[in-house]
Design a protein around this ligand. Structure first.
Ligand code: HEM
Length: 343
């Protein structure tokens, strides 16, 4: 598939927009008219052609702009990318996973040639041509994880498995929904999930952890998570809250369609072969309300989900300031017809 890339921004003048193709590929996350937390994990198997899950790693029209935005965030705050010393093998595992997948599924965009441990990587849209020795970090311009995740859409956490738990011991996190890698680094699965309401009492995290500790190589899994963001801003981090938090107070009935975005995270998990670590990818998709309501069934359903969302979840996701205004705006796009489960 030949990809073309948008010239667009995720800050300042916010020129990001989705083409009709990108709207069709948007991973709309709701299977019912209401929402609560569940262990919504499924096998990461290929989805329909041109969908977000067609390939294990999804590259789309926003690729170049997202990589530029990541570079800006890293220049301002290098702690968005961190790795503890024992994670080097997992970093190389990640290089292999991403390069192999990107080159296999987007051959016109990326090429990987392997001759034993001598590898040659070509990234055409970013203009990179790199010979390196797999396993020798001195042959790359950055650490292996940083090198490849500066070239792949989505955030990545590398989780070490020990003591029947998962530990967030490395990551590249620049497009997060208000959490901090710098704060969570070195925490385990239960610790970094501590702020989430309701889910602990529902047993969601206990069951999810048990499942993940048994994740098998070659059988990746995925889940969807969602929140909402004002403006198409990728970097909604606690570190920069002073830059974007105030935007929540700027939503009016007149600007909902343009300013309010549904933010969906396609999260996938792979067991890595050499390190036995797990990689957790968080691929962020943004869609403004004006774009979302071009799909009638999405408008109907999102209106109902947002209107009926349990208050603790709405508060945790930070929707309080603009939820009612958005529900009122969406109600104009809900004809009251019943919806089908599961789409
Ligand atoms: C939220 C990381 C897997 C369910 C979060 C947060 C982080 C995180 C950092 C934000 C917590 C905060 O407020 O500071 C991870 C990592 C995972 C993982 C690294 C890989 C092992 C899972 C799985 C589930 C899950 C398998 C399955 C049920 C949730 C839920 C939230 C959450 C429900 C709240 C999200 C929201 O309402 O926006 N996760 N998570 N996570 N996580 Fe995970």
């Amino acid at each position: 598939m030949t990809l073309s890339f948008n010239a667009e921004t995720f800050r300042d003048d916010y020129t990001f927009a989705n083409s009709p193709t990108a709207i069709r590929a948007f991973p709309f996350p709701f299977e019912r008219d209401d929402y609560t937390y569940t262990v919504n994990i499924e096998q990461h198997v290929p989805g329909p052609v041109q969908s977000a899950t067609e390939f294990p790693i999804h590259i789309d029209e926003h690729y170049v702009a997202e990589m530029q935005d990541r570079a800006i965030t890293l220049a301002q705050d290098p702690l968005r990318c961190q790795s503890l010393p024992h994670m080097m093998t997992a970093e190389w595992d990640l290089v292999e996973l991403l390069m192999t997948s990107m080159a296999t599924h987007y051959p016109e965009t990326f090429t990987l040639t392997r001759d034993g441990d001598r590898w040659h990587w070509i990234n055409r849209p970013l203009g990179l041509d790199q010979h390196f020795t797999f396993g020798d970090a001195s042959t790359l311009p950055q650490g292996p994880m940083e090198y490849i995740t500066r070239q792949c859409q989505g955030d990545f956490c590398l989780l070490d498995q020990r003591d029947d738990n998962l530990w967030m011991d490395a990551g590249m996190v620049t497009t997060q929904a208000d959490w901090s890698l710098d704060f969570d680094l070195g925490m385990n699965f239960m610790e970094w999930h501590a702020p989430v309401p309701l889910a602990h009492d529902l047993g969601v995290f206990e069951r999810a952890l048990k499942f993940l500790l048994n994740l098998q190589q070659g059988r990746p899994v995925r889940r969807l998570n969602w929140t909402m963001t004002i403006h198409p801003r990728l970097d909604t981090s606690p570190e920069n809250y002073h830059r974007w938090g105030i935007d929540k107070a700027s939503v009016t009935p007149e600007n909902v369609g343009d300013k309010v975005h549904l933010r969906v995270e396609l999260q996938a998990l792979w067991r890595l072969p050499r390190s036995n670590a797990i990689v957790f990818s968080i691929r962020c998709y943004l869609i403004k309300m004006d774009e979302l309501v071009t799909q009638k069934k999405w408008a109907r359903r999102f209106h109902r989900v947002l209107a009926s969302l349990p208050q603790p979840i709405a508060d945790y996701k930070g929707l309080a300031r603009f939820r009612d205004t958005t529900v009122a705006w969406l109600s104009r796009h809900d004809d009251g017809l019943p919806t089908s489960p599961g789409f």
